[in-house]
Design a protein around this ligand. Structure first.
Ligand SMILES: [Zn+2]
Length: 275
């Protein structure tokens, strides 16, 4: 892995997985201190919890489709008694150049899609957002051990749809085109924080909380195999692929959230040793 060694003092070393991220990518932070003390981590001025991991402290920071390119400040503070060490650095977020496709939708059809059951869709969307933004519970794992199903990618994070020079939509997750009934497996351990089967857009779906601000979601299943509160390990069957909700055919829509920020699930799935 690319590891940027920022500073090596007697007490503290800070490793960032990269110094340049594309929109939607995850920054993996790993901090080691040779002496006991209190380590605090800040990204863009906001404090983040650190997780003890392999004798170090780690954190994940998400960037998204909406993150403005540019310099993002990173600060690590080490306190021991009266003494304090501060490491200031930064990462650059650069434009991802998301894929654009131009479509033509007859206005009549667009109106039908937008108008039907608008209030219920909004209510359901808000329920999902509330779960995604809620503080993470118990820590299970940050490391994916497998893809949720075969790697038949049909849509990537950030894909844009344009019509008449106007952006209609962008994709907030990863689409995997698998046959109806294909088992959808948990890529890593977690607890089921939402499992529902009647939502208009999402259809039958499951949201997992992996702890430390990491959550993953799985939409459009024909059937779910878990319930709210179930604890799953990597490889457990969450449900079966389908096309429930708003979907043009059987596929899995997977989303990934880091402290409520929608990141690229593929980036996470492909990184085997993040820290
Ligand atoms: Zn999708």
């Amino acid at each position: 892995m690319l590891r940027l060694l920022l500073l090596f003092l007697a007490t503290l070393d800070v490793s960032l997985s990269t110094d340049t991220l594309k929109q939607g990518e995850i920054l993996y932070v790993s901090i080691g201190s040779e002496e006991p003390g209190l380590v605090s981590f800040y990204y863009r001025g906001d404090p983040y919890h650190l997780l003890p991991f392999n004798d170090r402290l780690v954190a994940m920071i998400g960037t998204s489709y909406h993150t403005n390119p540019g310099r993002k400040d990173v600060r690590v503070v080490f306190r021991q008694g009266m003494s304090e060490e501060v490491v200031d650095t930064f990462v650059q977020v650069v434009d991802k150049n998301f894929r654009k496709s131009v479509i033509t939708l007859p206005p009549s059809k667009q109106r039908t899609i937008d108008a039907s059951e608008k209030e219920r869709k909004q209510r359901e969307y808000e329920e999902v957002v509330e779960v995604l933004n809620a503080r993470s519970g118990t820590y299970y794992s940050l490391i994916p051990e497998m893809f949720p199903c075969a790697r038949k990618i049909s849509g990537t994070y950030g894909d844009e749809r344009w019509t008449n020079g106007r952006k209609l939509w962008h994709h907030s997750g990863l689409d995997i085109a698998v046959a109806e009934g294909t088992p959808i497996l948990a890529p890593c351990a977690g607890v089921v924080v939402m499992a529902r089967d009647t939502f208009i857009r999402q259809g039958t779906f499951v949201i997992l909380d992996h702890g430390m601000g990491l959550k993953s979601l799985y939409y459009h299943m024909i059937e779910k195999n878990v319930e709210n509160g179930d604890i799953v390990k990597a490889g457990d069957t969450l449900g079966f692929a389908g096309s429930t909700g708003i979907a043009t055919g059987p596929h899995l829509h997977m989303g990934l959230y880091v402290h409520g920020v929608p990141v690229d699930p593929l980036f996470w799935l492909e990184r085997k040793e993040p820290f």
